[in-house]
Design a protein around this ligand. Structure first.
Ligand SMILES: O=P(O)(O)OC[C@H]1O[C@H](O[C@H]2O[C@H](CO)[C@@H](O)[C@H](O)[C@H]2O)[C@H](O)[C@@H](O)[C@@H]1O
Ligand SMILES: O=c1ccn([C@@H]2O[C@H](COP(=O)(O)OP(=O)(O)O)[C@@H](O)[C@H]2O)c(=O)[nH]1
Length: 912
């Protein structure tokens, strides 16, 4: 068995990283394939496998093989075992590889045209089911049943969509809106009002159609399946699938270009579409440019973070990667050896004897640049009279999307130009352009590719363009030249061997035709060799294998990452423990914990600075109840300045700690300083200068000068630009004003803060607690602590502070990073006597806080009052450290939003 011989244990080392695991898997696959090929040699004589037995473009039902393992299905025992262990793959695409035509009571299945079908037909590595729109309206149940049965033989599963919805979805939203937009042809503009109305109904049909797909996928899904969604038709599918089953392994691949974010943002439904695609685990594109555009649309439109790995939202990563598609080159190379193909080649050569053949094979689509190509050919004939009657252009224009108005118009336009040029340059015996509106069978197509001298691919935009690959695969003998649009994805892979052109530049294309026709045999050979190597090594099989491996790997990675994310706070338990405690301490962050949630729309306004500093109005009541409960002490501990806290909490009975705990006051009392030794601001002017400079150059960023720190905040700026500016700002800081100063530069997700070394919430809490305990004359030990906030990583040392207070047998999460506590647990006892390690410096005023009131009692004398007493008696089950909306955290628990904070505080308040 391949599995035994090449089990992973035979390979040295355990892969630890994603790349190591992927390389290992690749190696195993290669071993496994070599092994099977070894066996295949023995059985090939009996199989007498021929290219025809593989899937074919012939519109002949007999030639259609089941899609999975078409080549391995007759191999007997060992092969079947191997096949049985193949991973199940559900390919979901708008179009099935076959289209159904009804003949009486039975169905005839014909091959569908288009690059997506061609690409996926080469994929035999998996146990594949193909789920797609039947392409035909079958309203009656019995018809649906018989068609489903007919398709099942080809491992195809139909999605039935009601006729009007299918029309609005496919001809409307997909091909009249998304397709032109993604190919930089803009949105339809004929009649603005009607278009807007259409947008709505077409968009609704699009969502409904995507739901129909999701229904069918869910029905056929088995645990462990990889679900691979394809193309712009199914942008909502990842979301719908994950809503039904969050464990489903979902990948999404786009076959078209993804346009610049400036184009994508024109779409009225731009955000919904992006968000849904981001529900997938892995998102793939043909080229790096498309992937880059997608990530940048997510950062600019959704405000998310783009990383080299993909797009990150609250710790959840959607991997974005590049997977250039290929073809199954052997299918073409072997077809050329078939007698019937050789016959067609012979016939064509006779037919065009004495002529050089230029070839275009395209769906009759605006993006393919057919009119531009023909006009370039006209210009060539115009400028090169010697070539007239010595060269023909064969243009195969495959009819497509014929119900969309634009496509109808294009057909007439092309016919008109062809007629004019043939009239102009034709003769009784020959015409320069042979234009065919038809679909060719596979063998004829191969033969035409083989006899062509120059292929002309002049797409105005094209996701990849497989015709260029197929042409190269069929040119081993002829070494014809490929003229290729620089706007096709294929230009990135075949660019070095092809002649690259700008299809809009008719003169350039015309002169390239001349260059290609006159090219020396030596140059043709070299160029062909380059392309042939690429086409034969980058196959559709490899493309699919890589995508599915990466998808599997993404899930492993996500599981590893999710282990680092704290579990959700068990709100009920936190409330229950609160209810039965006697002396509770609630430490609450302010910004993004108790503040109003920010709507994305507000990002646009300047009022944002004001809004972010307001307590949620619905939180006031529960908070007031908690503050007024004699068994509860509430401390709001924030990076904000004293004013902000005064304005929001001045009328509550609680404790306020501003500027990360440097300033402290009970709302009944005056402000005091906890860490006067950290308040020197000599550095402030030089840093402020840098912050001002960057604020002026980064729209919608702002900086805040606090009494003890400076913060530059760019969360409302363009995310990408903000990040670049932040990088630049940091470089300036490090190399300039602060290079010799003892300052901390604290990086938030979208902010940069400069403060004195050692100022953190964890460092301040020791002294804050000393003051609170003393001030309240606390006799009973604190037996419940909730410490909750959207804290910067540096300030999360506060969570660790309390971990150390827990009984020693309780495993601590990160004791090594604990700040110096003034209370440490006594071995073997559950109580934590408070021990002083810092003494506060009473009365020491620093110049920049001249108006602050310093409590002369707060300091060494006071702390000594507490020494030796057991003022924290905290059991692990009564300690709830909880980060709010920050998944990368050292806290024990997570609350996703301030809505959940509200739920928690309301629950507690009910027990006051
Ligand atoms: O199904 P249709 O609406 O008739 O259109 C045919 C296909 O056209 C598009 O093909 C793209 O995929 C190719 C393979 O990745 C790529 O080479 C080409 O550049 C693209 O245009 C479309 O994306 C498919 O969904 C359609 O089936
Ligand atoms: O008569 C034809 C002409 C072309 N094709 C196939 O259609 C696909 C076109 O793919 P491409 O990526 O070039 O562009 P798309 O049509 O997908 O935009 C290629 O595999 C061609 O072999 C076909 O099936 N029948």
């Amino acid at each position: 068995m391949p599995g035994n011989k090449y089990s992973s244990s035979n390979l040295p080392g355990t892969p630890r990283t994603r790349l190591e695991r992927l390389l290992r898997e690749r190696e195993l696959k290669r071993f496994s394939r070599d092994f099977n090929e070894g066996e295949g040699e023995l059985s090939s004589a009996q199989d007498s496998f021929s290219p025809e037995s593989s899937t074919s473009w012939l519109n002949n039902e007999e030639s259609l093989q089941p899609l999975s393992g078409a080549r391995t299905s007759h191999d007997g025992g060992a092969r079947q075992d191997f096949q049985a262990s193949k991973q199940r793959l559900l390919v979901v695409a708008n179009r099935l590889p076959v289209s159904a035509v009804k003949h009486g009571d039975s169905w005839q299945l014909e091959m569908s045209a288009g690059g997506l079908v061609s690409a996926l037909l080469g994929v035999t590595e998996f146990d594949t089911r193909w789920i797609g729109w039947a392409g035909i309206n079958v309203p009656d149940e019995s018809g649906q049943k018989t068609l489903t049965e007919a398709l099942a033989a080809k491992n195809c599963i139909p999605v039935f969509i009601e006729e009007e919805i299918a029309h609005q979805y496919y001809n409307g939203y997909c091909n009249n809106t998304l397709w032109p937009l993604f190919h930089y042809l803009g949105l339809p503009q004929e009649d603005h009002l009607a278009t807007t109305r259409n947008f709505k109904s077409q968009f609704e049909a699009y969502t409904k159609a995507n739901q129909c797909f999701a229904d069918v996928v869910s029905k056929h899904y088995e645990e462990g399946d990889a679900v691979w969604c394809h193309d712009y038709h199914l942008m909502f599918l990842p979301k719908y699938l994950k809503e039904r089953n969050s464990d489903m392994k979902v990948g999404w691949f786009l076959h078209t270009p993804f346009p610049s974010s400036e184009i994508h943002r024109m779409l009225p439904s731009r955000s919904e579409l992006l968000k849904s695609v981001l529900s997938a685990d892995l998102v793939g594109f043909h080229t790096y440019d498309y992937a880059r555009h997608f990530v940048s649309a997510c950062t600019r439109i959704l405000g998310l973070e783009g990383t080299p790995e993909g797009v990150e939202d609250q710790g959840k990563l959607t991997r974005v990667a590049v997977f250039p598609v290929g073809i199954d080159p052997d299918r073409f190379i072997q077809a050329l050896e078939l007698p019937q193909v050789k016959d067609i080649v012979k016939e064509l050569k006779q037919r065009f004897a004495g002529y050089k053949v230029l070839l275009g094979v395209d769906r009759l689509d605006m993006i393919k640049g057919i009119p531009q190509k023909i006009l370039a050919f006209e210009k060539f004939l115009e400028e090169n009279p010697d070539w007239r009657h010595k060269v023909v252009l064969l243009q195969i224009a495959v009819p497509t999307r014929t119900h969309v108005l634009k496509y109808k118009q294009l057909t007439s336009q092309v016919h008109e130009i062809v007629g004019r040029i043939n009239g102009r340059f034709g003769s009784f015996s020959s015409v320069p352009i042979h234009h065919l509106d038809c679909t060719l069978d596979f063998h004829t197509l191969c033969a035409i590719y083989a006899i062509t001298d120059v292929a002309l691919v002049t797409s105005l935009r094209d996701g990849m363009n497989l015709v260029s690959y197929e042409f190269v695969a069929c040119q081993a003998a002829n070494k014809g030249v490929l003229i290729l649009s620089e706007f096709a994805g294929a230009a990135q892979s075949l660019g070095a061997g092809a002649i690259l052109v700008n299809p809009w530049n008719v003169a350039e294309v015309a002169s390239s035709i001349g260059y290609a026709l006159n090219m020396s045999a030596d140059e043709r050979e070299k160029r062909h060799h380059h392309n042939f190597l690429h086409v034969t090594t980058h196959t559709s099989q490899g493309w699919a294998e890589t995508f599915v491996s990466e998808l599997n790997e993404t899930i492993v990675e996500a599981q590893l990452r999710s282990r680092q994310i704290p579990p959700p706070l068990p709100i009920e338990a936190a409330v229950d423990r609160y209810a039965c405690s006697n002396n509770r301490l609630l430490i609450l962050g302010f910004d993004a914990t108790l503040t109003e949630p920010l709507d994305a729309l507000w990002r646009k306004g300047n009022q944002i600075k004001e809004l972010k500093h307001k307590i949620r109005s619905d939180l006031r009541e529960p908070l007031r109840k908690l503050c007024d409960d004699p068994k509860t002490t509430v401390l709001v501990l924030s990076g904000s300045n004293r004013n902000a806290l005064d304005n929001n909490f001045g009328d509550f009975n609680l404790w306020l700690a501003a500027e990360n705990g440097i300033f402290l006051r009970a709302t009944m009392g005056e402000w005091m300083m906890t860490m006067p030794e950290n308040t020197s601001m000599d550095w402030v002017d030089s840093v402020k200068h840098v912050f001002e400079y960057f604020t002026q150059r980064t729209p919608r960023s702002h900086f805040e000068l606090r009494e003890t720190s400076l913060i530059w905040d760019y969360r409302y700026s363009d995310a990408e630009f903000g990040r670049l500016q932040a990088r630049d700002l940091l470089m300036h800081l490090w190399t300039g004003p602060i290079s010799n100063l003892s300052l901390d530069v604290v990086q938030g997700s979208q902010s940069i803060e400069v403060r004195s070394v050692g100022v953190t919430k964890g460092a301040a809490i020791d002294r804050i607690l000393g003051e609170i305990v003393h001030n309240k004359g606390m006799k009973e030990p604190i037996d419940y602590v909730l410490c909750m906030g959207h804290f910067l990583a540096k300030d999360e040392d506060i969570y660790s502070y309390f971990e150390l207070m827990l009984p020693s047998e309780t495993p601590t999460s990160s004791s090594s990073q604990v700040p110096t506590p003034f209370g440490t647990p006594t071995a073997g006892s559950s109580a934590a006597p408070l021990k002083k390690q810092h003494s506060l410096s009473p009365g020491k005023k620093s110049s920049f806080i001249g108006d602050s009131m310093l409590d002369p009692m707060m300091g060494a004398d006071r702390m000594s009052l507490l020494e030796g007493s057991s003022l924290i008696n905290l059991q692990a089950e009564n300690y709830f450290s909880c980060s709010v909306a920050r998944k990368r955290s050292k806290s024990r628990y997570l609350l996703r939003s301030s809505d959940e904070v509200l739920e928690l505080l309301r629950g507690m308040a009910n027990h006051c």
